[in-house]
Every structure is written in structure tokens, then in C-alpha cells.
Design a protein around this ligand. Structure first.
Ligand code: FAD
Length: 350
């Protein structure tokens, strides 16, 4: 086929997961390319809010090969620091990142390989690592009256800084890290914040940071230790702890409908609000793999064995969360699963 570029391995996405995969592909000496839809390096970190700080100190937030440098006076780096680190990482290892290139579909090429169609041409590969994350697929639950609310509606993905909400009455929905962090961030700026969670907020013990989460996830795989979700849902970062200690971070149970003026609870209470922020998570961005008809398993996710699609050994999924490797959605954790994926791909293509 003319005009089709050929590589042994194609990586889709150049966030932390795609770069970790690139690092191991480079070390393995394979011919590969990384295609990234974004115009600039940094993956989802380019979009996080200004006050966000990492769960872990820099030294425990590193991709393979290159420790994240600390910043003097900032033990917990911000998102901008991670973007700089990722940009420097792809340069240092001369990773062949092509951007902006969006992969629209991946299909069987009919010759044992795969054809990836993009908005900038077609690629042929023997194997493919999907590392597209979930940032592009914000999830908002179906709540009666959701569209009736006349105030401002946004998702975590649209939140940038607390100062944008000065004087507002804000409902923050979600009992995970984003919900707790954004609710804490807004205190002192918004006129009032009501933090709403489905079940009582469960903070992890204060000493559990990203590094400890990685160790817990590892032990779980090795000898069946506790699940992180058995211990709690929310990392007690410094700003979250401060807001909680000041009595400004109180969780309310979920409302059952939205009215034009605000959420309504089963007892009839309506809390007048002019903004709602849905911190209700994301779904993996996997639409490009649909033409392959990969078998799906639990919760509609592609069934995997480690990182490999259970029904197609050419396809690996890296970085999407524990279902594609313990702590694989973290900077410290993704290197290990990327290494395993590349080891299997080496065996397949050589
Ligand atoms: P992304 O960073 O989303 O990168 C995916 C890339 O793929 C993007 O550049 C995107 O443009 C591209 N892409 C998507 N679809 C296509 C396509 N079809 N074709 C081509 N390219 C495509 N992790 C930590 O380790 N420590 C923390 O402290 C931490 N804090 C967090 C706080 C918040 C609020 C959130 C939301 C996450 C946090 N995380 C943290 C998790 C971490 O940021 C994410 O898990 C991580 O960014 C995922 O990396 P990724 O490479 O898998 O995906």
C-alpha cells in the first residue's frame, strides 16, 4: 500500500504511559513511533488545575531511567513541573513522537499486522501499545434534571483555578481525589461550597502518599495484601488535610435530582447554587480500537491478561489503571507495566 508508514511497534499517546513504553522500546532496539493527538508534550498534566500538587515527592514520581528532579522549596511538585519533566524526558531519550496526530481507528491489516488510520495518514505496525489515558473522556452520571440546572456546569477537566469561582455557591460532586481537592481548593474563594459524595468520604491515612500506594498495589499482586480501595478513596494531601482540620471539608450525601436552582435531596431540601462541578471521573479513551472487536470483560473494559488484550496478542494497554497493571495510572507505577508490555512485544515481533 503506498503512502503507508511502517514500523514494528506503534504507540498511541505520548503522556507518561506512552513515554514509558517508548523508553523500553528504545532499549529493546525496536523500530517504533509514538503518535500523540495533543499539540504539546505533557499528556493530561497540561490541563490540571494550578494549585494541584503531586501525591508524592519528585523522587517518587519518576518514569524509568530519569529521576524527576526536585524543585528547590517545593517538595510536592505541581503539574507544570511534571509537564516540563515529560517534555525533557522525550527529548533526552529521543523518542520519535509525532504530534498532533490523532489515531481514529486500528484495524487488522490482513497480513498479520495492524493498520492505524490517523488524521495525518496511515501507519502499519506488527504490534500496538494503546496509551491514550482517559482525560478526553470525562464522565458525568445520569441524574434526573441534570440538564435543568441553569447555573454553570463543568467537569474536573474544565476546572483551572479557585479564583474563577470567587463569590459563587458551588456544588462539588465526587468522593475521590479530584472532588476532595477541588472542594478544598475552593474554600476561601467561593461564597459557599457543598461537597457531595455517594458514600461517606473515606480518607486514606495521612502517611499514605503515592509511593505508599504503589507499594500497597505491588504487595496486593505479590501476596494478596489489602486493596487500596479497602483502605480509603482520598489521599490526604496537605491542602485537603488543612481544609478538613479547619472544618471546611464536610461531605454531604448525594442528592437525587437537580432543579433549575440547585440540587434537591430526598427530604425536599434544595441548596441554592450557581455552579456545579462534576468530579465524577473519566472513562478510558479506547474508541480507536473498536474495529478490532476485542473481547470485553468486567465493566465493559477490554479483557486483558497483564497489559495484553486477551483476544489479540498484538495489542497492549498501558497506563489505564489497576486493570492494566498495579498502579499503572501513576508516574511511579507505569514503568513496570510498560516494561512487561515491551518484553511481550519483543517476543512477538522477533
Ligand atoms: P494521559 O496523560 O492522558 O496521556 C494520553 C495522551 O494520549 C494524551 O497526550 C492524549 O492527547 C493522547 N491521545 C488520546 N487519544 C489519542 C488518540 N486517539 N490518538 C492519539 N493520541 C491520543 N498520578 C501520579 O502519579 N501522581 C499524582 O500525584 C497524580 N495526581 C493526579 C491528580 C488528578 C486530579 C488526576 C486526574 C490524576 C492524577 N494522577 C496522578 C494520575 C495521572 O495524572 C494520570 O493517570 C496520567 O496522566 C495518565 O497518563 P497517561 O499517559 O495514561 O494518559
Amino acid at each position: 500500500m503506498s503512502g503507508v508508514r511502517r514500523v514494528q511497534v506503534l504507540v498511541v499517546g505520548a503522556g507518561q504511559a506512552g513515554l514509558a513504553a517508548g523508553y523500553h522500546l528504545r532499549r529493546a532496539g525496536l523500530d517504533f513511533a509514538v503518535l500523540d493527538a495533543a499539540a504539546a508534550p505533557g499528556g493530561a498534566w497540561q490541563h490540571y488545575w494550578e494549585s494541584l500538587r503531586l501525591f508524592s515527592p519528585a523522587a517518587y514520581s519518576s518514569l524509568p531511567g530519569r529521576p524527576m528532579p526536585g524543585r528547590p522549596g517545593a517538595e510536592w511538585p505541581d503539574a507544570e513541573h511534571v509537564v516540563e519533566y515529560l517534555a525533557e524526558y522525550e527529548k533526552r531519550y529521543e523518542l520519535p513522537v509525532h504530534r498532533p496526530v490523532t489515531v481514529t481507528s486500528v484495524a487488522d491489516a490482513g497480513d498479520g499486522g495492524l493498520l492505524a488510520r490517523t488524521d495525518g495518514g496511515t501507519w502499519h505496525a506488527r504490534a500496538l501499545i494503546s496509551a491514550t489515558g482517559s482525560w478526553s473522556r470525562p464522565f458525568v452520571p445520569a441524574i434526573p434534571g441534570r440538564e435543568l440546572f441553569t447555573g454553570r456546569r463543568l467537569h474536573t477537566s474544565g476546572y483551572h483555578r479557585a479564583a474563577d469561582f470567587t463569590g459563587r455557591r458551588v456544588v462539588v460532586v465526587g468522593g475521590g481525589n479530584s472532588g476532595a481537592q477541588i472542594a478544598a481548593d475552593l474554600t476561601g474563594h467561593a461564597a459557599a461550597v457543598r461537597w457531595v459524595t455517594r458514600r461517606p468520604a473515606r480518607f486514606l491515612p495521612d502517611e499514605i502518599d503515592g509511593r505508599a500506594l504503589f507499594e500497597i498495589a505491588t504487595r496486593r499482586v505479590q501476596d494478596g495484601g489489602p486493596r487500596i480501595s479497602d483502605l480509603g478513596d482520598i489521599v490526604a494531601t496537605e491542602p485537603v488535610r488543612a481544609a478538613r482540620a479547619a472544618g471546611l471539608l464536610t461531605d454531604h450525601r448525594m442528592f437525587d435530582a437537580l432543579t433549575p436552582d440547585g440540587p434537591r435531596w430526598p427530604d425536599g431540601e434544595v441548596w441554592p447554587a450557581d455552579t456545579i462541578i462534576w468530579c465524577t471521573g473519566f472513562r478510558p479513551a479506547l474508541a480507536h480500537l473498536a474495529p478490532l472487536g476485542l473481547r470485553t470483560g468486567e465493566r465493559g473494559r477490554i479483557a486483558t491478561i497483564g497489559t495484553r488484550a486477551a483476544t489479540d496478542p498484538r495489542i497492549h494497554l498501558v497506563g489505564y489503571g489497576d486493570w492494566t497493571g498495579p498502579a499503572s495510572a501513576t508516574l511511579i507505577g507505569v514503568g513496570r507495566t510498560a516494561r512487561q508490555a515491551v518484553a511481550e512485544i519483543v517476543a512477538l515481533v522477533r
